[in-house]
Design a protein around this ligand. Structure first.
Ligand code: SF4
Length: 349
């Protein structure tokens, strides 16, 4: 009999697993609390269920929790973790403390198949989707799990390419029986996969962020191949339709590359795209990979963009670079993973 992971299951699924004729939903919720709130790795420690049920559960399931295999600390306080699951998939997670805000940035895939040329994850290849268990474990197996206030799906992988598992993970993160993280503190980022973005926006309440790179399609294609089949303007139209509902936050993430996408022409086009929409613009520094001669736009130009967006009535911010010294910043995750060979590592699919 195969052993199921309790992490990644809902109480309904847990109840089905522990013989519903002998257990109640209260027992199932108690098991969920042991996993998601108490973060107990051993079933023997699970409180709130009869010993007979605990023993029965132990014959069919384990907690499914496992620790990172490597931890790297940045000078700025960010921490990068490397995980390897049973199939051998490698993926990274970043913890970013900032005052009272304690964010964890999680991966949704091992590698990515979107192939954005500036991104180390895209260059790493694609080793498959992560499960909801793998995503939740990236939060609750961290040493600082109890302090986490925000979760962003901005690590390795394209979340809209693994939407079912991402939505399930979001539900577990925010459920009363789960981690009880506020819905408004969960953000999912994408380069744009239209059908999945539509489903995400129509069926869930979580924040949504689109990585734009350029407001001009012919230029954006050079950074984001997905633009060919999933034009950003169509994703932004969807965002506008859902902006303002359920207090969810819609964001355009705009990585600024010196001399490439930081001209006044780009600024005007950005204002046109985001104006009167409730969509905010987050301006990010560019992190070139080795051999890439491009560099980030200078801080004063990023502030100039922010100022001009704001006086046009668009909410805008400049995001500080975090974790660049440990290859944990945007676009740098998966740097060096190709050198880690593990016997069980999944083949590229
Ligand atoms: S930027 Fe995002 S979508 Fe593009 S290759 Fe990297 S992880 Fe994938």
């Amino acid at each position: 009999m195969s052993i199921e992971s309790l992490c990644g299951l809902t109480p309904d699924e847990i109840l089905a697993l522990i013989a519903p004729e002998e257990a109640t939903m209260r027992h199932a919720v108690s098991v969920a609390n042991s996993i998601y709130k108490k973060r107990l790795a051993s079933l023997r420690e699970f409180p709130g269920i009869p010993k007979s049920l605990r023993e029965r559960l132990g014959t069919v399931a384990g907690s499914g929790l496992f620790p990172p295999i490597r931890t790297v600390l940045s000078d700025d306080g960010s921490v990068k973790f490397l995980f390897r699951n049973e199939p051998g998939q490698l993926y990274e997670t970043v913890f970013i403390p900032e005052g009272k805000r304690q964010t964890v940035c999680i991966s949704t895939q091992s590698g990515c198949r979107m192939g954005c040329p500036f991104c180390a994850t895209g260059k790493y290849g694609f080793f498959g989707n992560l499960t909801a268990r793998d995503m939740i474990n990236q939060v609750i197996s961290l040493p600082m799990a109890g302090q986490i206030t925000h979760v962003v799906f901005m690590g390795m992988g394209e979340p809209m390419d693994n939407l079912g598992n991402v939505l399930k993970a979001c539900r577990i993160l925010t459920a009363e029986w789960g981690l009880t993280i506020a819905v408004k503190n969960v953000t999912v980022s994408t380069v744009g996969v239209e059908a999945s973005a539509r489903e995400f926006l129509e069926t869930s309440p979580y924040n949504f962020s689109l990585s734009l790179f350029s407001p001009f399609p012919e230029e954006r294609i050079r950074f984001v191949a997905a633009e060919r089949k999933n034009p950003a303007h169509r994703i932004i139209d969807l965002m506008k339709q859902h902006s303002g509902e359920r207090k969810r936050r819609m964001t355009i993430a705009y990585v600024m590359v010196k001399g490439i996408n930081d001209s006044d022409r780009h600024l005007e086009a950005l204002k046109h795209l985001a104006g009167n929409s409730g969509i905010r613009v987050n301006l990010l520094p560019y992190h070139p990979l080795p051999g890439d001669l491009n560099e980030s736009s200078p801080p004063d130009l990023m502030q100039h963009f922010k100022h001009n967006l704001m006086i046009s009535g668009i909410s805008a911010s400049v995001r500080r670079s975090r974790g660049a010294d440990i290859s944990a910043a945007c676009g740098l995750l998966a740097s060096g993973l190709a050198e880690i060979s593990t016997p069980g590592q999944a083949k590229q699919v």
